[in-house]
Design a protein around this ligand. Structure first.
Ligand SMILES: [Zn+2]
Length: 222
């Protein structure tokens, strides 16, 4: 992954590996290399700090009991998004959905992806087109001093909301309090099959001076 290089204290995850199999969780899982941060996260968001056996490379994990965590995002720059197609040789297509972002020689040239999201999705499903690669950077609103966390996702639902998200962050102008939620989606397919999954949702609430650092709390300047 060639994402933001800012020092990061930990990561948010919607799932983990359980005996080698991917498992979707009902609440955020947070990983970090810092035992102190893991303990603080557990006291703020529930769960227990434990040795990370669920994947992601960092030493500690906390299975919180929060579907939604209030975070601070520092403007539109907190969002990094691209579209990437991987093969066994590495990245074969790296674009923003309409023009190439790399390699240097092709940068800025039309990449040939479909303009419509539905068509992009179809191309990706057939292995012809890239998938979203989104990185959100934020601090936990109740404990910003812990440092910067990241959430990386290839969610098409979040990709579809990115321009609205960037605009909302722009409007706040500076750090914005947001709710980052792993939201349950339950639906019945055309063939009558019941499907459940979790999609990441970011809701921008506004300036942290007038928004409580945790849901149900008091804003700092109420
Ligand atoms: Zn493209």
């Amino acid at each position: 992954m060639t994402q933001s290089t800012t020092a990061r204290v930990g990561r948010f995850h919607q799932g983990r590996l359980s005996e080698g199999r991917p498992q979707v969780l009902d609440a955020w899982r947070i990983t970090t290399d810092d035992a102190h941060v893991a303990a603080r996260v557990a006291s703020l968001l529930g769960g227990q700090a434990q040795q990370n056996e669920g994947g992601g490379g960092l030493a500690h994990e906390v299975l919180t009991n929060r579907e939604s965590v209030r975070v601070l995002m520092d403007g539109p720059d907190a969002v990094t998004a691209r579209m990437v197609l991987w093969s066994s040789k590495g990245i074969t297509h790296d674009c923003d959905g309409s023009v190439f972002l790399s390699p240097q020689g092709k940068k800025g040239q039309p990449c040939g992806c479909h303009p419509r999201l539905e068509d992009k999705k179809l191309a990706a499903r057939e292995g012809r087109g890239p998938v979203p690669s989104i990185d959100l950077a934020f601090r936990i609103a109740a404990a910003p001093m812990l440092g910067e966390f990241h959430f990386m996702t290839s969610s098409w639902q979040l990709a579809a909301q990115l321009s609205d998200l960037m605009e909302a962050l722009e409007r706040v102008g500076g750090p914005a309090a947001c709710d980052l939620t792993t939201e349950l989606v339950a639906l019945t397919t055309k063939t009558g099959r019941n499907v459940c999954y979790r999609k990441p949702v970011v809701k921008v609430l506004g300036n942290p001076d007038i928004v409580a650092p945790a849901p149900g709390g008091q804003p700092p300047h109420a």
